[in-house]
Ligand binder design. Structure first.
Ligand code: ADP
Length: 601
């Protein structure tokens, strides 16, 4: 498939026709320095621009120029890079009038970018009205950040009023590079913890846990975090007020200062180009030496912090112009991180040269616990591939089956012996209704559970009979009954809580058997394969809810060919999740989002 990728920035327009099977650009057209002295290149060769110089005119010129080329006839869709997708866009999507309206609404968060991105979308819709148009967002990959990572520690009322939070950027690159690293390591992304450093003109670092972004350094805007070409990264916010008061700067002047005059440029007083910084620093330029030192120190500090966030990692990955090309930056940054299990191989580092043939290379020592990788990023290809998935409708995100969720009320499983005592010798349970797990049923028969403090009557027995007695109750039930029941996987009752069970014909004292069931998902091996999980894996399940996101941690995966796909939680958890009959939500396992069908039984 061929996709036209349109990347409109404030001073540049970048267009590529990408062949997504061959993974290469078959035609590229770039215009830079728009609003100054625009320079155009087609396939690397200079091209004269004769039209007027404003952005709109140049965009029209780009489209007209493209329409004269045969390659344009073979495209199957148009993909647009959109900088800010806010909270709404958690993944790429087809452009509809609602999507356009939302991107426009989000311009308040990205006034320099979204309006320009929209110009690209509108012009492409005019030129290619029959083509599917896909918006691929820079922020979408980071929408998986847990609230502890995306929330600013400020008044929450003002925060909610304006949707102030960490959004993160460079998501297209962070996601692409993570998958490339996983491919190189021959591991499924859902098994890996990565720290990805995207170091270009803009720089950001992301902690990627099992394919999901869980922490990232850019924030509400791309100003936060690492030192960049012309942006400072982290600052004391008090500095802004100080400059307003003491320099008399307006918001526009401050914006200009923070976006264009800081970072490597501000520190060196000379250049925002890392190649030049390194060159001048070697010649003794103190400003450039300072710029290099501050840049590397900040990055090292962040790597350490992100390794702590992840509790260790499989690899630290470098990408972007600086990350891919500067062995010196990589070496300096890795210094002092040996104690965390990160050992640079100096020789290998110097020899790294990523290209299309070898887009991933390793430069850690054999015995380095954490691998050090360099990955060639390719945002245009990443955008084109993402768009292809959406256009073909086989987006992995959407094709994963729905997982029904069931709430288990307190219940008991009985052995033959216990059933004999409670209901009489040879008594057979009768079916009240079958359960979703094949062969399982809720019985008409019930028992009374007696604990040290209280009792519950009419507790349902689930059949068929089992090799061990097991009483499953919730935390709230434990308090009521006065029983200390451990959280256990079904069937593991050794040393668990005690109680007395009473039936119509007798009673039995169970020395052990009372457990609080470990929340779990039953799945068939086929489902497990499609989710990329295996038996006994522990996953996080996120019930995405605009108002109140909820994450079930420590969810146990149980795989058997006797199981049907279903997540089981107890009544306490059901209440916490506000599960109501027939509701639907979104659930994330590792890197995959799947629809969650909430259902009460
Ligand atoms: P953008 O964010 O605009 O896509 P790039 O990813 O191309 O930027 O990165 C640009 C940065 O990469 C510049 O600071 C440039 O100096 C730096 N860079 C490129 N090659 C080298 C190199 N060999 N050594 C050090 N820095 C380099």
């Amino acid at each position: 498939m061929r996709v036209l990728v349109l990347n409109c920035g404030s001073s540049s327009i970048k267009v590529d026709i990408i062949d997504t099977e061959a993974c290469k650009s078959v035609l590229s057209l770039n215009v830079e320095k728009i609003n100054k002295e625009p320079k155009a290149q087609m396939n690397g060769e200079a091209l004269a621009i004769t039209s007027a110089l404003d952005f709109d005119a140049i965009l029209t010129w780009v489209m007209d120029t493209l329409s004269h080329h045969d390659e344009i006839k073979a495209i199957s869709g148009v993909a647009h890079r959109v900088v800010h997708g806010g909270k709404k866009f958690t993944q790429a999507c087809l452009v509809t009038s609602e999507v356009v309206a939302e991107i426009e609404r989000l311009s308040i968060l990205a006034p320099l970018h979204n309006p320009i991105n929209l110009k690209g979308i509108r012009v492409a819709m005019k030129y290619f009205p029959q083509m599917p148009q896909v918006a691929v967002f820079d922020t979408a990959f980071h929408q998986s950040l847990p609230s502890r990572a995306h929330t600013y520690a400020i008044d929450q009322e003002i925060s909610k009023k304006h949707d102030l939070r960490r959004y993160g950027f460079h998501g297209i690159s962070h996601r692409y590079v993570s998958y490339k690293a996983a491919e190189y390591l021959s591991q499924d992304i859902s098994q890996l913890r990565l720290v990805v450093c995207h170091l270009g003109n803009g720089c950001s670092i992301t902690a990627v846990e099992f394919g999901k972004s869980v922490e990232t350094s850019m924030g509400l805007t791309p100003l936060e975090g690492l030192v960049m070409g012309t942006r400072p990264g982290d600052l004391d916010p008090g500095l802004i007020g100080f400059l307003q008061q003491n320099e008399g700067w307006s918001p526009e002047q401050l914006d200009d200062f923070l976006n264009k005059k800081c970072g490597l440029m501000g520190l060196s007083g000379k250049t925002n180009d890392m190649r030049e910084i390194i060159e001048y620093a070697a010649e003794g330029d103190e400003g450039c030496q300072l710029a290099f030192n501050v840049f590397c120190h900040r990055l090292r500090k962040y790597i350490g912090a992100y390794l702590a966030v992840l509790g260790g990692a499989d690899a630290v990955v470098f990408t972007g112009g600086i990350g891919e090309n500067s062995a010196l930056v990589r070496a300096r940054v890795c210094e002092r991180l040996e104690f965390l299990g990160l050992m640079e191989d100096e020789q290998k580092n110097k020899l790294v040269q990523v290209d299309d043939q070898r887009p991933v290379q390793i430069f850690s020592k054999e015995n380095s616990r954490i691998k050090l990788l360099v990955v060639k990023t390719d945002e245009e290809l990443a955008i084109a591939k993402r768009a292809t998935e959406i256009i073909k409708g086989n987006d992995t995100v959407n094709s994963i089956p729905k997982i029904p969720i069931a709430i288990s009320a307190r219940h008991v499983h009985l052995t033959r012996e216990t059933l004999d005592v409670l209901f009489g010798e040879g008594y057979e349970l009768t079916t009240y209704k079958p359960l979703s797990q094949p062969g399982q049923f809720a019985a008409n028969e019930t028992v009374t559970i007696i604990g040290p403090k209280n009792k519950y009557e009419n507790v349902r027995i689930l059949g068929p009979i089992r090799p061990k007695d097991q009483v499953e109750i919730s935390r709230t039930d434990e308090y009521f009954l006065g029983i200390d029941a451990p959280i256990r996987e079904s069937g593991h009752v050794e040393g668990s809580g005690a109680c007395t069970l009473v039936g119509p014909k007798g009673e039995v004292y169970l020395k052990e058997g009372v457990i609080c069931a470990w929340r779990h998902i039953h799945m068939h091996p086929n489902d497990a394969a499609s989710f990329g999980v295996k038996d006994k894996d522990i996953v996080e399940v996120e019930v995405a809810d605009e108002e109140r996101p909820l994450v079930f941690k420590n969810v146990l995966i149980r795989v058997s060919d006797k199981y049907a796909l279903e997540m089981h939680i107890d009544t306490d958890e059901g209440n916490a999740a506000e599960v109501r009959s027939g509701e639907e939500g979104v659930l994330c396992i590792g890197n995959k989002e799947v629809s969650l069908l909430k259902r009460k039984i």
